[in-house]
Design a protein around this ligand. Structure first.
Ligand code: FAD
Ligand code: AMP
Length: 477
């Protein structure tokens, strides 16, 4: 076997779960290859997976651009700034594409520096220790590897009643690359992706209708937070229709006629120019496993793993969106790093109880730990502290007073059980709560931690104080 074909670790998939696994394994002194088959619309291949090419990064680029537009249109006047802003969508999209290009190129640079061998093409686990590698040029080799990490990610879930046609009925990737602003936009699914994409195009001027099958808005979030979020999104102009079940979508003369039913009436029609189907993502494992590989899937298609991401096959691991747990880039990253450390005989773990969730809308939404409804259901006695950003000097200076910080702590031992934030830079603010929970801090620990004034972070400090009715800058309820 040529040396080129023999490795300590082969990682299949170069997204945010796979590439950190490869890098950490190389840092641990192992000989590593990372195989990735991602193809961009122009046929080029890049590492970075969904996150860098079609998810986290391009969506945040457009959210940032369009939030600036929104602020210029709706907030600048309050600052005494009078301006007329026009949109150059092509330039906005070039910026998005250039950010993606820089970030995906960065992974290759990191691989080079760490000595990871990048392999473009398809990887298939033949059996533990053997991976078939089909290069982009069609050539096929068998790689021998002591350990194999599967990081094949996920793809958008299709809706039978509204199948993707790539033109009028599109997935989230296409929705990030539109070259014209749709006049009427439909979004199926008011989840994280649907809300972020709906916000982008709403701010650019589209009339956006979001159809959500569940009767509750953002059911995964704390219900007090979800209620505030719904109010804010409706204020932005998102027409969010709950309990709306889509039964058909017909493309005719460039428009899409969507049929749906909700509590008010059956078979209602909504006509839009583009329809984004954002009903979730499913694990992607097509062509990944040869028969007899020893790796098993659960009924929903996720690769079955234990707490430490071991599959049922010896020295085969799986991380990221293709395994159980939240489909989040940072969750996959920590799993990749954990596995690479475990392979090298080092300590590794992922604290699944402290994985933050962020929705990058305006106001931004972020949380970690349990929601109030979950704590209530657990039967544990608890206390809640809420600090409204309306009482924050910094938020006032920023014209961003919508929202609040909510902290839930145990009534008995004061442990922080959950922190839920809706408001400016919530995704950054939640990091302090994650750290607090990681260090098993109590609400009192946060109360006694000095926070600079005036900052948004004081909101967490005050919410911790409010849990004991000792808030200084807001009314204790
Ligand atoms: P992926 O990123 O899907 O990467 C898997 C890679 O493996 C792909 O490149 C794929 O081509 C390759 N591959 C698969 N099978 C094979 C094979 N057999 N051989 C070779 N290569 C293979 N998450 C966040 O945390 N924050 C966000 O803000 C966020 N925003 C998002 C916005 C959008 C619009 C979308 C769609 C997703 C977003 N996500 C976000 C989710 C995030 O993108 C995923 O959780 C993350 O990409 C999962 O990482 P992964 O490495 O497991 O899989
Ligand atoms: P997420 O998993 O965060 O991307 O969210 C997907 C959202 O789509 C969830 O809120 C689901 O309830 C919603 N959803 C799933 N299927 C349908 C459907 N057929 N029609 C409308 N909404 C749906």
């Amino acid at each position: 076997m040529a040396d080129l074909d023999s490795f300590d670790v082969v990682v299949i998939g170069g997204g945010p779960a796979g590439y950190p696994a490869a890098l950490r394994a190389a840092q641990n002194g192992l000989k590593v290859a990372c195989i990735d088959e991602w193809k961009n619309r122009d046929g080029s291949g890049t590492f970075g997976g969904t996150c860098l090419n079609a998810g986290c990064i391009p969506s945040k680029a457009l959210l940032e651009s369009t939030e600036l537009l929104h602020r210029a249109q709706h907030e600048f006047a309050a600052h005494g700034l009078n301006t007329q802003v026009t949109v150059d969508l092509a330039a906005m999209q070039r910026r998005r594409a250039s950010i993606v290009k820089t970030m995906t190129g960065g992974i290759l640079a990191l691989f080079k520096a760490a000595g990871v061998v990048p392999l473009r093409g398809h990887g298939r686990l033949l059996q533990p220790g053997r991976v078939e590698y089909t290069a982009d040029d069609g050539s096929v080799r068998t790689l021998v590897s002591k350990d194999v990490v599967l990081a094949s990610g996920s793809v958008p879930t299709a809706l039978r009643s509204a199948p993707f046609d790539g033109v009028a009925i599109i997935d989230s990737w296409s929705a990030l690359e539109l070259d014209a602003i749709p006049k009427r936009l439909g979004v199926i699914g008011a989840g994280v992706i649907g809300l972020e994409l709906g916000s982008v195009w709403r701010r650019l001027g589209s009339e956006v209708v979001v159809l959500e099958a569940l009767p509750d808005f953002l059911a995964i979030a704390d219900s007090q937070l979800a209620k505030e979020a719904l109010r804010q999104f409706r204020k932005l102009g998102l027409d969010i229709r709950l309990g709306a079940r889509v039964s058909a979508a017909e493309v005719k003369d460039g428009a899409v006629a969507v049929t749906y039913s909700d509590a008010s009436a059956a078979d209602q029609t909504l006509t839009v120019d583009k329809l984004i189907v954002a009903i979730g993502r499913r694990p992607f494992t097509e062509g990944l496993l040869a028969p007899g590989s020893g790796v098993e899937l659960d009924p929903r298609g996720f690769i079955i793993v234990d707490e430490q991401c071991r599959t049922g096959a010896a020295r085969v691991w799986a991380v990221g969106d293709c395994v159980r747990g939240p489909m989040l880039a940072h969750k996959g990253k920590e799993e990749g790093v954990m596995v690479a450390d475990l392979i090298a005989g080092r300590y590794g773990e992922v604290n699944y109880a402290a994985v933050p969730s962020v929705i990058y809308t305006a106001p931004e939404i972020a949380w970690v730990g349990a929601t109030e409804q979950q704590v209530k259901a657990s039967g544990r006695a608890y206390k809640v502290g809420v600090f409204p950003f309306a009482a924050s000097g910094r938020a006032r200076a920023m014209e961003a007073t919508a929202g609040f910080v909510k902290l839930i702590a145990a009534a008995d031992d004061d442990a922080i059980l959950g922190v839920h934030i809706i408001g400016p830079l919530a995704g950054e603010l939640v990091a302090e709560a994650v750290l607090a929970m990681e260090y098993s801090a109590s609400a009192e620990d946060l109360q006694r931690t000095i926070h600079a004034h005036p900052t948004l972070s004081e909101g967490l400090h005050e919410a911790a104080l409010a849990a004991d009715k000792r808030a200084i800058d807001s009314i204790n309820r």
